[in-house]
Design a protein around this ligand. Structure first.
Ligand SMILES: [Zn+2]
Ligand SMILES: [Zn+2]
Ligand SMILES: [Zn+2]
Length: 469
């Protein structure tokens, strides 16, 4: 059947509204999971059946559940939901006063930290306005040992494919680039350890005593720069020593945001990882953060009158990266400045070659991470008590959707726990992935785009609105 006929048929069916409700409860997922089965809810004391839900009552006898894929190329709706969740999570942790994070968190010292890789060789660059010459590399006027110019008089646009490309692929140190990327998560881990140490030293107490007074919480995101190397943005906050009952206490020692930023800069400078030589090499590499590292205090004020950073502005900025970085590198996600394709090819080839050289070496798993250019970390992570969790946000949303659509949650053991006096008996089986026809898929995709547009417009108008959906 032609797809336009499929759309028309769906629209004309008497159960179209119910179908739309189902599609909407998956958030108009691009490739939902199809399930058939039943859920019965009983009163645990009397044994009476309180509710019964069966897929046979649904259009086509199918119940749909969203796929949950974080990659926009696979499912724009589910990846969008993940982004919205990250946004809430980061904002709640920075500003407090939403999603179960108390207002008082807004008074804790907060710093915004950017940690970058060092230079591995000259690359073409797009200049920001007001940073001197707009030309790429106007100064040095000599040839490299391979006879290539070390300067570039071009003015590159930000999305120019040249940006991030080495001026000379033979001068560029791909081996160090890949080694650094491989160890970047370890550099981050040591940065946090070092920060705790700096903090204790600044208080003049031991680390174990310091832990009772002040704790480091963070949310961080990794992003690929155009040269194909990751850098990190993080919000770092100081709390007291939290417990399950009181997860977000204030620190017991007064520390300003400025002091926190100073300590973070010092910690970044002090961190080193000694990386084993690549197969076939003899000397180890000392890996450090690059000189572009930056740590800025974040102030709690509502308006940015004097250009200082505010928590909400920073959280929005971080959240933007949290979401960008989960895009496919190769899929060409829109609006994402991706590393140049030849850089990607070169790094993937080198990573694969290095991994294949010696299956005993520290780098034998490098090939497995080729698609992430040798970066094996998570793109967004946070410490345990930075904010609420994605899981809690999701189950709150499921509860809300269930109330709205009167549909029992299909696979959610957590919701059964929450209602101790009821017993939920479910029996479900997998009936396939995706919408039943191309017409259904098109209807879902169109509704998804409209819903995202609507929510984006609300989000940019009212950043303080907690009721996103
Ligand atoms: Zn999906
Ligand atoms: Zn250039
Ligand atoms: Zn060269």
């Amino acid at each position: 059947m032609a797809y336009i006929d499929e759309v028309t048929n769906r629209l004309r069916r008497p159960d179209f509204e119910r179908w739309m409700n189902q599609a909407s409860s998956t958030g108009f997922c691009a490739q939902p999971v199809r399930l058939v089965g039943t859920t019965s809810t009983f009163d645990a004391r009397t044994g009476d059946q309180i509710a019964h839900y069966s897929s046979t009552a649904e259009p086509d006898g199918i119940t749909y559940v969203r796929c949950g894929n974080r990659r926009a190329a696979r499912c724009p709706s589910c990846s969008y939901e993940y982004k919205a969740d990250m946004w809430h999570l980061v904002v709640a942790g920075a500003a407090g006063g939403s999603k179960g994070v108390p207002d008082s968190v807004g008074e804790h010292p907060l710093a915004f930290v950017t940690l970058t890789a060092p230079s591995f060789g000259a690359v073409h660059a797009a200049k920001k306005p007001g940073q001197g010459s707009a030309r790429c590399r106007p100064r040095a006027r000599k040839l490299c040992s391979h006879g290539r110019p070390t300067w570039c008089m071009s003015i590159h646009d930000h999305d120019s494919p040249a940006v991030g490309e080495p001026l000379c692929v033979e001068c560029y140190d791909y081996e160090s680039h890949i080694t650094w990327q491989w160890h970047a998560p370890e550099l981050w881990r040591r940065f946090i350890i070092r920060l705790r140490r700096e903090l204790a030293a600044s208080l003049g107490v031991s680390e174990s005593s310091a832990r009772k007074l002040v704790r480091v919480q963070f949310a961080k995101v990794a992003e690929f720069q155009r040269r194909g190397v990751v850098h990190f943005h993080a919000l770092i906050r100081l709390d007291g020593d939290g417990t399950e009952l009181d997860p977000f206490p204030s620190p017991l020692v007064p520390t300003s945001a400025d002091q926190l930023a100073d300590l973070a800069r010092r910690a970044a400078r002090g961190v080193e990882v000694v990386a084993a030589p690549l197969p076939g090499e003899l000397t180890a590499r000392s890996l450090r953060w690059g000189s572009q590292c930056d740590a800025r205090p974040v102030y709690r004020q509502v308006e940015t009158e004097d250009g200082r950073l505010t928590d909400r502005a920073v959280a929005a900025y971080i959240a933007k990266y949290a979401t960008k970085a989960t895009e496919d590198l190769s899929a060409g996600a829109s609006g994402t400045a991706r590393p140049h394709i030849s850089t990607i090819r070169r790094i993937v080839a080198d990573a694969g070659r290095i991994a294949a050289l010696d299956d005993e070496s520290d780098y034998r798993l490098l090939g497995r991470w080729e698609s992430m250019l040798g970066f094996r970390g998570h793109f967004s992570t946070k410490s345990r008590r930075y904010s609420t969790t994605l899981g809690r946000l999701r189950s709150a949303r499921r509860d809300w959707q269930r109330k709205r659509s009167q549909t029992p949650t299909v696979i959610d053991p957590a919701s059964a726990d929450a209602e101790e006096t009821t017993l939920v008996v479910s029996q479900w089986s997998f009936a396939g992935m995706g919408w039943l026809s191309a017409g259904d898929a098109a209807l879902a995709a169109e509704s998804a785009a409209a819903a995202r547009e609507w929510r984006d417009s609300r989000r940019s108008n009212k950043p303080t609105n907690n009721e996103e959906r």
